[in-house]
Ligand binder design. Sequence first.
Ligand SMILES: [Zn+2]
Length: 447
Amino acid sequence: MREALSLAEQAGQAGEVPVGAVVVYQGQVIGRGRNAPIAGHDPSAHAEIVALREAARHLGNYRLEGCTLYVTLEPCAMCAGAMLHARLERVVFGAPDPRTGAAGSVIDLFARSELNHQTQVTGAVLAEPCGQLLRAFFRARRGNAEPVREDALRTPEAAFADLPGYPWAPHYLSDLPAAPGWRIHYLDEGPRDAPLTWLCLHGNPAWSYLYRHMIPEFLAAGHRVVAPDMPGFGKSDKPKKESQHRFGWHRQVLLDLVERLDLQRVILVVQDWGGILGLTLPMAAPDRYRGLLLMNTTLATGQEPLSPGFLAWRQWCASQPQYDIARLFLRGNPQMSPAQAQAYAAPFPDAGHRAALRAFPLRVPAAIDDEGAQEARQAQAFFQRDWQGQSLMAVGMQDPVLGEPVMRSLQQVIAGCPEPLLLAQAGHFVQEHGQQIAEAAVRHFRA
Ligand SMILES: [Zn+2]
């Protein structure tokens, strides 16, 4: 059955319904099949039929007496009929199929005493992994089939195939109160009841790919990791209009996500916009948060002028709206492979998908009345007076935008924030050196 399961996985990867089958004769596998009706334009290409054909060729006989067929899903009427024709001795199946199962679920062809051949049936062998594979497959397909809002774009799934170092399954929410119909993507790994949950927030123009060096360290410690893609980024739906990208909307989407997933014992991990927005979250639900892991970011309160580095970045974005994202990442991270740098560009196949990249540099609150500045000031007061959690700061020293001076002033604002880790080689996207930061963080934050 294990071999049938791995054939089922192959079918799923090929876009077919994940069902696999093997035929065993005298302890030896003589036929293998995986579902292939779509690729072969063949309605009869069920895993069982493919395996029966191969077994019959092997034996040189269309009668398969003495053979046992293992299949991950309860056979349909067609396959059950073929097994009876072949005088198969025994069939063992995994998950029941309540819609088309012909071994007891809908009908039971094997129990008809009028038929002159009887095939023995054993069901529910490894039913859980067999069924899990099918459920995951259909869940993912439903996800893809979900309608896209008129005012949104969705990056095709193919853009995200085979990204280096990003093996995690997608999770989606499409009904957050602040974002009805917007499909929001997030990673969710590790046990739900873990002692700590690392909530990892990216900035512009990154996405959850940014955390691929840190996630494995958190998981190895037995913790949970939740890493959303903000609307407009990564695998989340992308507003067509730049005007949709408002501070208050993004903040509320993140607040909704935390509530919906009911995140507890959170270590908030932030960098860039992940902090500009994310640092305003804990004051809204302080009981959920245990700690802060801060990398090159700021609280944009509108009280102090934005750094010259940031103003230069904003100017550059305005003059190069189609800037090369992969090159931007390579510039500060010569250790990255071209494929990794290209992965950052995957969510943005054309100018239409890049509204967030155009909008975000302009949305950083710069004046006292700018949207978000008030929330930032409230957050500042919260971290100065009310913050009880642990904190850790890691600074990418090569960052011209939100580097050491900006981080030193943020450190002053966070009660109990210790001397930062200084990463001499790291630039703005500090997470590219994230493995060592995550290791230090796992030691620093106690559950
Ligand atoms: Zn079938």
